[in-house]
Design a protein around this ligand. Structure first.
Ligand SMILES: Cc1cc2nc3c(=O)[nH]c(=O)nc-3n(C[C@H](O)[C@H](O)[C@H](O)COP(=O)(O)OP(=O)(O)OC[C@H]3O[C@@H](n4cnc5c(N)ncnc54)[C@H](O)[C@@H]3O)c2cc1C
Length: 216
């Protein structure tokens, strides 16, 4: 059977029967699924999402942001937190299962790359689109050095680590970062409301203001 079924919307949205090729589980009922969906991987842009059939028995699809894609290898990553019935059923799906995925949907971010230091802020389900946006900036890494701020009130869906990248304007003891960003050479910092070692204690927007105030 062809992976691509049809393109229901102005030839830009595909519905693919996507095989789950990797699954990672994180504390706080959070899951990352990597699926083989080459049509969606080829055309998705940061800020877009997909509608996922969580289980064949559940007709209504659930929207999830696209977190990363590899157009070359044809995969798409989603990060989700179990909330209700749909995401609970999705969390039961295993490697090699097929998921019907409709996407990419939505207006991509409009990035005006006028500034060499874009500030990317995302909390909770806002994390995946910022990962995708940062990933897209790697191609222009010499020109743009984003500062990525992420927040979560459940454990972060990755193993946090002290950053190797200093950020002037951010308190020196706030060094918790997303390892992927360090790997990409991008500065990142993490914020939480509960006091948590080496994270900023407050909202993501408070950390952003602290940084911006120090710059001005
Ligand atoms: C654009 C977008 C991107 C998102 N990206 C992410 C992401 O990257 N990661 C993430 O974790 N979450 C994301 N979310 C949130 C995610 O979509 C919800 O957590 C998910 O839909 C919850 O579904 P559920 O069935 O588990 O929860 P439920 O609370 O059971 O249902 C979710 C919603 O669907 C409605 N609903 C359920 N069943 C029916 C029905 N039969 N008829 C009518 N309405 C029904 C409910 O009223 C409820 O509002 C995103 C949401 C949007 C809109």
């Amino acid at each position: 059977m062809s992976n691509l079924q049809h393109k229901p919307h102005r030839n830009t949205i595909a519905v693919e029967n996507a095989k789950i090729i990797e699954r990672q589980d994180f504390p706080g009922d959070q899951v990352i699924l990597r699926v083989h969906a080459p049509e969606i991987a080829a055309s998705a842009q940061p800020g877009q999402f997909a509608h996922i059939q969580c289980d064949p028995a559940l007709a209504m699809r659930r929207p999830l942001s696209i977190m990363r894609v590899s157009a070359k290898n044809g995969w798409v990553d989603f990060l989700f937190k179990v909330l209700g019935e749909g995401t609970r059923l999705l969390a039961n799906r295993k490697v090699d299962d097929l998921l019907s995925i409709m996407g990419p949907i939505g207006k991509p971010f409009e990035t005006q790359m006028k500034h060499s230091r874009p500030l990317l802020i995302g909390g909770g389900v806002g994390i995946p689109p910022m990962v995708f946006l940062a990933d897209s900036m790697r191609e222009v890494k010499d020109a743009y050095q984003p500062f990525v701020i992420m927040g979560s009130e459940v454990p972060f869906p990755f193993k946090t680590q002290p950053s190797q990248i200093m950020v002037p304007g951010v308190p020196g003891d706030v060094i918790a970062a997303m390892p992927l960003m360090d790997d990409w050479g991008f500065a990142s910092r993490l914020a939480r409301l509960q006091d948590y070692p080496v994270c900023f204690n407050g909202y993501v927007t408070d950390l952003a203001l602290t940084w911006l105030d120090a710059l001005s």
